[in-house]
Design a protein around this ligand. Structure first.
Ligand code: PEP
Ligand code: MN
Length: 343
């Protein structure tokens, strides 16, 4: 059950709802969005029914939701949401290009990748300082030194930064540099991390687990929302199937399915889906055509010497085509490429 507070609800009105629910033996989780506050209730529904929550001051509506993911469901919030990252919108009407290196390696490499991204039309910079690697012997990222490089490159280019956090203990540190926190496919069911990013006060990009169903993905988003953060962008990045020709299988139908079930924006990662440079542009076209709210793409000035995921990074020669795809295709599906906030 979800209590939707009206636009004029005061802090006192919210506290009154929470205390009624707690007195009835339930728990109440308050999520403050840009336009309204919603309160998710956990506990005995029949007892809540007896409370007459609808009659409390400031309450706009009380909705019984039939799906297990309540705060992120479209039943609760029929309009599709826009999430703003450093002022850059991700959501209906626009198509946002996020691009940059898989991993931050050096200041020069990160700046060069950011300039490549920007030239192609990117309005957000991606780059990992904490890398969740399958092998403990692989490059694990530069840690805070990488975050500092990202902050310098943001200064230089004006691009807000999206960067991954892999450990709940690092959330505050990463959030102090990042404009958006990324939770990767390997951590989609790390519930302590999801709860920590839910409290960090920054938008979150939540990748789909490579072995996860769409419902499990939305339940993971619910963990973040339940801690008070509704600024969540879902990212389809390919799932494990029997196919070995590609690194993962891009589940293109997950985009409209997730958009129908949830009000959250849904973007696609064509780089980690295919794991191959030659597939990135075709998969980007597919993502835009199917109605994705954005794409996140790896670029690298020298992929042959990249410390992470070189084979899937776009290079300078690919950028002209990428720029054309992200400019020309969105209008065919009633969207425009997101414009920079400041350059
Ligand atoms: C990434 O985007 O750098 C990444 C590690 O992605 P994923 O979690 O989808 O593998
Ligand atoms: Mn990668």
């Amino acid at each position: 059950m979800v209590v939707v507070m009206g636009p004029g609800a005061t802090e006192g009105d919210i506290v009154a709802v929470v205390s009624q629910v707690e007195t009835a033996g339930g728990e109440a989780f308050v999520s403050r969005g840009i336009n309204r506050t919603i309160i998710g209730l956990v506990g005995d529904l029949q007892q809540f029914g007896a409370l007459n929550l609808r009659g409390l001051r400031g309450v706009h509506d009380v909705i019984r939701i039939s799906v297990p993911y309540k705060l992120v469901s479209r039943e609760n919030h029929p309009e599709r949401s826009v999430v703003r990252v450093g002022g850059v919108p991700i959501g209906p009407g626009t198509m946002t290009l996020i691009a940059g290196p898989c991993a931050v390696e050096t200041p020069e490499q990160t700046l060069a990748a950011a300039q490549m991204a920007q030239a192609a039309g990117a309005t957000l910079l991606r780059g990992g300082a904490y890398k969740p690697r399958t092998s403990p012997y692989a490059f694990q990222g530069l840690g805070e030194a990488g975050l500092k490089i990202l902050a310098e490159v943001r200064e230089e280019t004006g691009l807000p930064i999206v960067t991954e956090v892999v450990d709940a203990r690092d959330v505050d540190l990463v959030a102090s540099y990042a404009d958006m926190l990324q939770v990767g496919t390997r951590n989609t069911q790390n519930f302590a991390l999801l709860q920590a990013v839910g409290q960090a006060g920054k938008p979150v990009m939540l990748k789909r687990g490579m072995n996860g169903t769409i419902e499990e993905w939305l339940m993971s988003a619910e963990y973040i929302a339940q801690r008070g953060n509704l600024d969540i962008v879902l990212c389809e990045r390919g799932i494990r199937t029997f196919e070995t020709a590609t690194r993962n299988t891009l589940d293109i139908s997950a985009v409209p399915v997730a958009q129908r079930l949830s009000h959250l924006p849904v973007i696609v990662d064509p780089s980690h889906s295919g794991g191959r440079r030659d597939l990135v542009l075709p998969l980007t076209r597919a993502a835009i055509a199917v109605g994705a709210d954005g794409v996140i793409i790896d670029v690298h000035p020298h992929p042959e010497s990249a410390l992470c995921d070189g084979p899937q990074a776009l290079v300078d020669g690919d950028l002209r085509e990428l720029a054309k795809v992200v400019r020309d295709l969105p209008p065919l599906v009633d969207r425009v490429l997101t414009q920079p906030v400041r350059v």
